[in-house]
Design a protein around this ligand. Structure first.
Ligand code: ZN
Length: 173
């Protein structure tokens, strides 16, 4: 089966996320909440690609990604490309891009960090987590409050419990 065929096959209207770093498709599905889509979804894990060696690919019927989902994908797989499909044709293709500042999506696990302190905000709204992206490949981000630096396999996404469990499983591999 050619790569092009694999990409578009059977998607009538929806999204193809291609060139995902090998082994990250399931984590991406979980973190973006796409795993809860009731529609047809095809997932390729460790698909052989001439250009990139192994990669993962996700095809989802009836779904278009929002900005937050795109950001999460960019953090986990900066080489990912997103194709929007309508009537079996690619109507738009874009690369994900990592924002220079990542807000709210990732948790600083440093317990003494001010972003984890209720006192700092006077017991009112907690401070939003915020990270500066120091390097994209490999990913290196820094908490703007405590300066702690995180690599990709050290980050914890601010997300539902189920997702965090899955991410931990992934990291242990
Ligand atoms: Zn921090």
């Amino acid at each position: 089966m050619s790569e092009d065929k694999l990409k578009i096959d059977r998607i009538h209207k929806g999204t193809v996320i291609d060139h995902i770093n090998a082994g990250y498709a399931l984590t991406i599905l979980s973190l973006t909440g796409l795993d809860e889509s009731p529609d047809l979804m095809t997932i390729g894990v460790n698909v052989y690609s001439k250009k990139h060696g192994k990669k993962d690919i996700i095809k989802i019927e009836g779904v278009f990604l929002n900005e937050i989902q795109m950001q999460k994908i960019s953090i986990l797989s900066p080489n990912a490309s997103i194709s929007l499909i309508d009537n079996y044709k690619v109507i738009e293709k874009k690369k994900v891009s990592i924002p220079r500042i990542i807000k709210k999506l990732i948790v600083c696990v440093n317990k003494t960090c001010i972003s984890n302190s209720e006192l700092a905000s006077g017991g009112r709204e907690p401070i939003d987590y915020e990270f500066t992206v120091l390097e994209e490949r490999p990913l290196k981000i820094q908490c703007v409050y405590c300066d702690r630096i995180y690599k990709l396999d050290e980050i914890t996404f601010a997300s539902k419990e189920k997702t965090e469990k899955k991410l931990k499983q992934k990291i242990q591999l």
